[in-house]
Design a protein around this ligand. Structure first.
Ligand code: CO
Ligand code: ZN
Length: 331
């Protein structure tokens, strides 16, 4: 878990992914043929295929949700806007970390009932006594995220912040390190700004112009108490093969290929039908003339909270499924 813990603790709020990219680059550099960055900050690692091999793009987003300072009050409190889909209730009572190391806590205007609380009723207290002091510690436009880490929970589970989507970055890193040969000219994309609208994957897919693509991201599970949108995915029951989410109907060819690879290798898998949310797959599949695209998802509880939870057995199943898929030509 050491590498994953480092990835989780490295702040990468959308648009500020460079430190995490450097960490990932260091881990994968010995195992790939080319590493490039594009204007959007995407880290693109290529493992060359045999001449004439089709291009496969795999994408996992590096960015995490967070907050951005909008203004400072005379009292030293900071107000902020969300970066990505943060819920006020998940922020209240949270310790917060800025990129430059400044720490603080989030609280809400207690005159309000909890159910009335919107983002604009929250404030950040970084311990400053005046506006001047606050602005000497951080600047308007600085980003921060929940201050936390990842820890083992029970026999098989990990809990903590920004599993979305660092667990998929971790899966790609481990797959790259174990990769022998592939049936494709393979591009591993560690993408940026997914949480703001799949922005990094948009330019990366255009540049790579792949034949096939897979997005790796977390997906919601259906095994939590009194859920609003239950589904069939359960924590610990294997890699989730995406059929759809709000951004894509996956290529049926890709879905059956992934199922076949999982069955052939005895990898536990389950089918994912997600009625909300999107992934990088959403923009990749409509790139240029269209790309045969699917998704391998990591079942996760409490997505977009500071206490997301995944099952290590699902993580291992996803690594195995990526390797199996890359070993065999799509048909
Ligand atoms: Co997300
Ligand atoms: Zn995600």
């Amino acid at each position: 878990m050491e590498l994953f813990r480092k990835m989780v603790e490295t702040l990468s709020v959308s648009g500020n992914e460079e430190e995490l990219a450097k960490l990932i680059e260091g881990e994968i550099a010995p195992y790939v043929d080319e590493i490039t960055y594009d204007v959007m900050g995407n880290l693109i690692a290529r493992k060359k295929g045999a001449p004439g091999a089709k291009k496969m793009m795999l994408s996992a987003h590096m960015d995490e949700i967070g907050v951005m300072v909008t203004h400072a009050e005379e009292t030293g409190y900071l107000r902020f806007a969300p970066v990505g889909g943060l819920r006020p209730v998940y922020l209240i009572g949270q310790p917060i970390l800025f990129k430059n190391g400044v720490r603080g806590v989030v609280m809400y205007e207690t005159k309000l009932q909890l159910r009335e609380v919107q983002m604009e009723h929250l404030y950040l207290d970084i311990g400053a006594q005046t506006r001047e002091e606050a602005l000497s510690m951080v600047s308007i436009g600085d980003v921060a995220a929940p201050y936390g880490t990842v820890f083992a929970c029970g026999q098989h589970r990990w809990a903590g912040k920004s599993m979305d989507d660092k667990i998929a970055c971790y899966i790609l890193v481990r797959a790259i390190q174990q990769l022998r040969q592939t049936a494709y000219d393979t591009y591993f994309v560690f993408s940026t700004q997914e949480e703001l609208g799949l922005r990094g994957a948009t330019t990366a897919a255009y540049a790579i112009d792949p034949d096939y693509a897979l997005a790796l991201d977390v997906t919601g599970v259906g095994d939590m108490p009194n859920m609003s949108a239950p589904n069939d995915v359960k924590l610990g029951k294997g890699a989730a093969i995406k059929v759809r989410d709000s951004s894509i109907i996956c290529s049926r060819q890709m879905v059956s290929f992934l199922k076949e690879r999982a069955k052939a290798a005895g990898i536990p898998y389950q089918m994912e039908v997600l009625l909300y949310g999107g992934t990088d797959a959403g923009v990749i599949h409509t790139t240029r003339e269209g790309v045969v695209t699917g998704g391998i998802s990591i079942p996760a509880r409490n997505i977009h909270s500071p206490v997301e939870m995944v099952d290590k057995r699902d993580v291992d199943a996803c690594i195995a499924l990526v390797l199996e898929t890359l070993a065999c030509e799509l048909h």
